[in-house]
Design a protein. Sequence first.
Lengths: 154, 286, 787
Amino acid sequence: MNVSITINGTVYERDIEPRMLLVHFIREELGLTGTNIGCDTSQCGACTIHMDGRSLKSCTCLAVQADGREITTIEGLADGDNLHPMQEAFWDNHGLQCGYCTPGMIMASTAFLKDNPHPTEEEIRHALEGNFCRCTGYQNIVKSIKAASEKMGG
Amino acid sequence: MSMRPANFDYQRPTSLSEAIQLLANNDEAKALAGGHSLIPAMNQRLSTPEQLVDIGRLDELKGISTNNGTLSIGALSTHAQIAASSDVRTHCAALATATGLVGDPQVRNWGTLGGNLAHADPASDPPTVVLAAGGTLHLQGPNGTRSVSADNFFIDLFTTDLQPGELITRIEIPSLQGKKNAYVKLAHPASRYAIVGVCVVLEMNGNECVSARVAVGGATPKATRSPSAEERLTGSSLQVAAVDAAAEALVNDIAGDVMGDLFAPEDYRRAMAGVYLKRAVQAAMA
Amino acid sequence: MGTRIFGSGIRRREDPRLITGQAKYTDDMVLPGMVHLAMVRSPHAHARIVNIDTSAAEAMDGVIAVYTGEQVTLNPLPCAWLIPDSDLITPEHPAVAVEKVRYVGDAVALVVAETRYQAEDAADAVRVEYEVLPAVVNPEAATRAGAPQLHDDVPNNIAFRWVASSGDEGVEQAFAEADVVVKERIVQQRLIPTAMEPRSAFAQWNDAAEELTVWYTTQNPHIHRFVLSGVTGVPEHKLRVIAPEVGGGFGSKIPVYADEALTAWVAMQLNRPVKWTETRSENYQVTIHGRDHIEYVELAAKNDGTVTGIRGTVYAGLGGYLSTAGPGVPTILHGLMYSGAYTFPNIRCETIGVMTNTTPVDAYRGAGRPEATFLIERLMDKMAKALNMDPVELRRKNLIPPFENGHDVAIGLTYDSGNYEAALNKALEIVDYDALRREQAEARTKGRYIGIGVSTYSEICGLGPSQVAGAVGFQGGLWESAIIRVSPAGKVQAMIGASPHGQGEETTFAQLISDELGFPVEDIEIVHGDTNQTPMGWGTYGSRTTPVAGAALVLAARKLKEKARAMAAHLLEAAVEDIDYEDGKFFVKGSPDNAKTIQEITLMATVAWDLPEGMDPGMEESQFYDPPNFVYPFGAHIAVVEVDPETGIVKLKRYIAVDDCGPQINPVIVAGQVHGGIVQGIGQALFEGAVYDDNGQLLTGTMMDYTLPRADDFPNFELDHTVTPSPHHPAGIKGVGETGTIASTPTVYNAVIDALQPFGVEQIDMPLTPSRVWQAIQESSSNRGGD
């Protein structure tokens, strides 16, 4: 089936099997491997992207469902050479170690801040319900998101 | 050992009637709404439908509105939309709570209420609320439209009154504005599904509870009402003894049906149904 | 002089590629002509393979080859920790099961196809007929008469019995003469490491050159080259192992698995690049698990609280086959830890290693040492209760007094340095322990159940002297090496044999070099993970990268510094002993204005126009480093929990960690290591546990069932530290990768049991899930007459 999906501002047209998951479309068809896969049951959140501005686990969506939609992946978050404030905050606050969950964490938390620009620490912890990290104990991830919210919210 | 669905035929009808036709023509077809129950099952190859009928773009199934005090929620409304809807917060706060507790933020962004109810996972949150709130499901199928009360819709584990080719089009909930209502949940720490979820709807006249509806999910194979608990609460002033009695009644009502698993054995779930009833009453009255 | 780079919490140099999605993990690799491998795995825990029909799979779209075990020509997988003083039997571990499968997930066939979707379709189509056999999953039950036998050559499923003892007579006497003995049966439940990146391998065979390159998710590429060479027959000089970005390991990426070897083998058969990546469900079934002990332990003491002896018998589950380091974990890394931070004079540990129809067990973060620390700290709390002493006082009474250069413990180790009471005091001060106890007592009067847990620990890390490795049967060395190479323009590449995968050594090691030589951090690149680019090293595990590889690096840097000093003396026409160094500059004592920078010296040494007599050109040094001893970090942790008695839900309210890993190169990174360790340890106490049913089916086979800690399970941790340098490390550094995991499990467990004192609850098996806590409260309440 032919699909046309806008990813990070570029329109990609491909003929794909309907069963192809969006995450495989992104990683394997387009070679955008920043979006990682950490589970097979829609739990871990490593594959989180934005679809039409909202966070989505791209393993829980067929590429055909994304036909005609706008996707942002971790590769499209920065503005050219200028990191997104959330990326900067993860770097500044040691919000990552092995980095595997990081793209999903950053995509989930940037989407979260759109809904809740001034979250409390507790709200941040709750908002990470759909994202696992095995390295950081979440401590510095929470700190990073808090820092980003303060920077972005002015 | 897969995380890749088996092959299927994919159809994306442009109208509800076309969708119903497609589903009616193929017993092995499944409707795809948000996909947040179906795709995980397909990834594991626990579900291998021959055909997927993608109803996700049908505008006829979208939108949240109120009509003469009745809340009308299009089947494709996402959990996040419902949780954030001021109409839902006003008219059925418990549903806003419950949809805000489904899965995680990403799941709530794309999972739909219609898909959720049709899937009828006993551990899911919305069925319990729709049942306690006295909701009605509007269905459309090859033989036209009909409505089914939530009391009659949920039949068993993953089993509903939906007939082949039928789809949920919208869900109506009578306004609970003025009634106390709440949903509380003990979540499985890994799956985030409900070990126990309890919804209460209490109509108060001063200190007296003049009517009560109580439903429990998670613990039982389907969202289940508890007539005995409702009876204990009705006519009471929700004093500790009455609520305790209602909790005990709820536990007795579901006693034979309680499911157990590794994380929450039967006796624990049974006890928690009572505890969470008390907490639901507390939350409703807070 | 500016702020010293050593000790500065600079931002990590790894991060830009990771936060932008530019990092390349193994599964991200692509080569032209690449094909995909999927495994057909046994759904049974114990069965004979009667027949495998691959015909349907072979006929499917895109399928290139299907192989069964009989066709695979790899050598069996070796067990590489052959513990001495035991009767260890190492049953054969074929890469693909041929006659029998021994756990759910044991591979029985391989499918290769053009796409991964096709490979999975075809794997589903391979028909395997099994004769199902009875299974056994409990390591104690597996040793009983009549239990199902996994391997013909392992009678009663006992792979070994191993004993460590300070002297059996003394131990017997201590227990016979004790005033009080407390006992516990501890189930150290199985844990699933769950590195966020699943395992993956990508292999390329160059037929003409007969060279094999394998990218894979490993913590120790050099060990893997060594072993993979033996398994595949490709000689080491023709075999290149590359660990690209690796998404966490926690021990699970140490062992040599069949899958990576099979990926390489298929690449050699087909002469095409082959990729294999496990799904998470596969990871839970096939990648090693940790812990799995059933322990009978006891502690003896005098009435004044002096502990006189500790002993234990451990049934250690090893899984269906012996994993690479499997036998060493519940023995060497466990029994030798029984002294903890204390002066216990009599110690004995007996471990019975048992084969069961389960996923192989190997090193998971802490590996043997968390299990030991747990039982010690658990018994200490139990003893405090029996003696009616405060648990802190009992610990204080038995702590090893401060020492700076060596302390012998009864089990035969020599700890390097420690000041345990200082760490304990600091932690107690942070929480105001006495006030906390008063708060707890007051809360109880209001029906609120707060619990306080305190642990003091010492651990062995920085594995370790190679001579010891040999003596304990580890089939390799434990030294590390480093090469520091400075380019003519003064840019530094440092090659290390260790293989960090999240720990941040690209940053901390650059700080070490910068601190020694004055090159700015941004001019230093740490090269790791590629056997063709790095010198030999034994890998990143056991909190050893900084203690061992870091020491090699510091010593290499100091060699360069001496060369630079000699060169400076030559250029400044002064005697070497008159040359001072500060901040990257060399100058004659008292004349800092007339200095030669390290960059100028490098250039002159590299062009070599005018070298001092006897000096070789270039600025490059290499250093091997075999540590003289382990390092022994330590600390004190305190947890405050509240239990909801109606639901059994445990809420962690505060967590305080005071750790001592010696001087910290980068305190932000150290804190990150501690944070993650604490959460994994608390994961064991409260959430995690792999469970098999009696048929050997893994009931916690996905992330839907196996509970990983989440962000909202935790408060902000309160961290502090003391600094007690290791006397033998050139920079005084101890490791910190495992401390959090080692300390936090007993700390939180003890806090929960403390909270439940009013109910008389003494013991609950981990994890302390709400239903288990609730059940324990119910049972105790009913025992006490329904109070």
